[in-house]
Design a protein around this ligand. Structure first.
Ligand code: UD1
Ligand code: CA
Length: 457
């Protein structure tokens, strides 16, 4: 259910005051990335898609990077500081002002749990709309150690007991708390404020909202999710597991939209990769952020693309490299060991082998021969190369920018082109060939004679 359908307003509180020491990193944990986007960015995007009208990110003191990242992902985000880590309920109360503003739904989510789908947040909201005061999300844990356990009696969620506080009997259950929770907006603040810290860790547990709600005769609900969706990230190994799950989903989504992946497990996407229909992606291709591939294009094996636009029915690779600002027109062809950066390649242009094209415009139907280099950098500044429609650049040419090759012009192979070439002209910039008849034969004879003379004692 979307916010449109429910008509209910929604506040999301995203807890990000983690220490993240197990990452062994100079970077805050929630700024580590999967699919080229921070964990925090994933959680924010999912909450936004689930219709959150306002989001408060709760972060620790001295974490300006976290606030900056949150603002980049969602400019209207509010930042609240939790001065001391005193538990998840205490962290949620850092958003007290927003809680008091009276939203219909309140979601408390964790920024280190990046794979929760918008549909799941929406399901939690739907349970609130259905009359529950507290809705917790659970999962069947392969290994429940460390997680809070659901205590279900007569089909109702009675309480959540943290692992450290649980009895051996309670620890035997594998029905665990995923951590995130939805609370009815009218009850959220009084419930959170009623939570105490008389437990093994002397922390204010968000999970106690369940028992407090029950004691007030309010309805509680438990919803279930697959473990793969609610897994958190605490170290680099879990980061890799989350990355794998992200890639698995993205591959399925790309194929569901009509692209063929010959070996899906070997293709890696970014969160924002856009792939059209009837696109063929061969094995071992990596998409960095900001790539779109139009219908009918082919990305051959071992290609690497980032910040690039691939036009309809264009082809890349094998071993193609598209760097930021590469834009390929319809049916353009980028062949093996070709690198394109900040360049527009016109429709039907061919750059088939061993070439670097940077800061250039290549006209429609131009043919760029093997080994061509645009010399775009003098160590200080970058310069542009312009190649007109239908131009032919012979193999192994160096185009020293700034330089323009006119439409339909021809550059002889091996040329170093430093001056502009007029449309339809021929430019040859290389040493002239000299041929001497019979030279090799006489060289051989003279050399053999010298060698024989030198061998005599
Ligand atoms: C929490 C749940 C547990 C659940 C588990 C799932 C509680 C009390 N326990 O336990 O039932 O099974 O998640 O992974 O909620 N945070 C703050 N400030 C704090 C404490 C935590 O911002 O003072 C944030 C952390 O950054 C993290 C999240 O809240 O993103 C969860 O905190 P964490 O300490 O990891 O909770 P767990 O002990 O794992
Ligand atoms: Ca945790």
């Amino acid at each position: 259910m979307t916010e449109m359908q429910s008509g209910r307003s929604c506040l999301a509180i995203l807890l990000a005051a983690g220490e993240g020491t197990r990452m062994k990193s100079a970077r805050p944990k929630v700024l580590h990335e999967i699919g080229g986007r921070s964990l925090l960015g994933h959680a924010l995007a999912s909450l936004s898609e689930a219709g959150a009208d306002a989001v408060v990110v709760v972060t620790g003191p001295d974490r300006p990077e976290v606030a900056l990242e949150a603002q980049a992902a969602r400019p209207a985000v509010q930042i609240a500081i939790q001065a001391q880590r005193r538990g998840t309920a205490h962290a949620a109360l850092a958003a007290r002002e927003a809680l008091a503003a009276g939203y219909d739904d309140v979601i408390v989510a964790f920024a280190d749990t990046p794979l929760v789908r918008p549909e799941t947040f929406s399901a939690l909201r739907a349970a609130l709309a259905d009359g529950a005061a507290v809705v917790a999300l659970g999962f069947e844990a392969r290994d429940p150690t460390g997680y809070g356990r659901f205590i279900i009696r007569d089909g109702a969620l009675e309480a959540i007991v943290e692992h450290k506080d649980a009895t051996p009997d309670q620890r035997a259950t594998t029905l665990c708390n995923a951590g995130l929770m939805a609370l009815d907006g009218k009850q959220a603040l009084p419930l959170l404020e009623a939570i105490g810290n008389a437990n093994a860790q002397s922390e204010f547990y968000l999970t106690d909202a369940v028992a407090v709600a029950r004691s007030r005769r309010l309805r509680t609900r438990a919803l279930m999710a697959p473990e793969s969706e609610v897994q958190g990230v605490n170290d680099r190994i879990q980061l890799a597991v989350a990355e794998a799950e992200f890639q698995r989903r993205k591959r399925l989504a790309v194929m569901a939209e009509g692209a063929t992946l010959t070996a899906p497990d070997t293709v890696f996407f970014s969160h924002d990769t856009q792939i059209g229909r009837d696109v063929l992606i061969e094995p071992h291709v990596v998409f960095g952020p900001g790539v779109s591939v139009a219908d009918g294009a082919v990305i051959h094996a071992f290609s690497h693309l980032e910040g690039a636009e691939v036009g309809p029915a264009a082809t890349v690779g094998p071993y193609g490299r598209l760097r930021p600002g590469a834009k390929l027109g319809e049916k353009a062809k980028i062949g093996n060991f070709v690198e394109i950066k900040s360049s527009e390649i016109g429709a039907g242009a061919k750059i088939s082998h061993l070439t670097y094209v940077g800061d250039a415009t290549v006209g429609e139907g131009a043919n760029i021969g093997a080994g061509t280099i645009t010399c775009n950098y003098d160590g200080f500044f970058k310069y542009r190369t312009t190649i007109g429609a239908g131009a032919f650049v012979g193999s192994n040419s160096s185009l020293v920018a700034p330089v323009t090759i006119g439409a339909g012009a021809f550059v002889g192979s091996g040329s170093v082109v430093t001056d502009d070439v007029a449309p339809d002209a021929l430019a040859v910039g290389r040493g002239r060939q000299v041929t001497r008849e019979g030279w090799a034969k006489s060289f051989r004879e003279v050399s053999l004679a010298r060698k024989a003379a030198a061998k005599k004692p």
